[in-house]
Design a protein around this ligand. Sequence first.
Ligand code: GTP
Ligand code: MG
Length: 138
Amino acid sequence: IERTFSIIKPDAVRRNLIGQIIAKFEENGLRPIALKKIHMTREQAEGFYAVHKERPFFGELVEQMIASPVVVQVLEGEGAILKNREIMGATNPENAAEGTIRKLFALSVGENSVHGSDAPETAAQEIKFFFSDDELVG
Ligand code: GTP
Ligand code: MG
């Protein structure tokens, strides 16, 4: 059974959407096995998004991620990585399919409400970035 890493981003937490977003995951067969609310430090946000550090939007992305608290989660289920990406919808909400989290809730490509790992290697890496093994309660 597969595990993936998810962030409910500041724009969504600020608008009190934690429950509605977790409901989408649960309705689609993903089970939260670890979750916590944190206020990311600049160092954490820069480290987490290090792959994007040469991109023009990096500074804005980091500022948005540290502006207010987030919820970090590990989701477990059959094909969890791909399933989570489907539930999230396209990065830019203008391109997101009906019923997806980003179509329903995202404000813009930057404030797009959720993050989800894109592959098994990044999922493992991102889970380790925020959780220790004893926090994963399957
Ligand atoms: P994540 O699940 O967040 O990784 O989204 P993604 O894989 O769909 O997108 P990608 O990894 O390409 O980009 C990471 C994040 O950077 C996105 O979720 C956006 O919030 C942000 N981002 C991407 N492109 C832009 C952009 O053109 N402008 C701004 N402001 N942010 C962007
Ligand atoms: Mg990505």
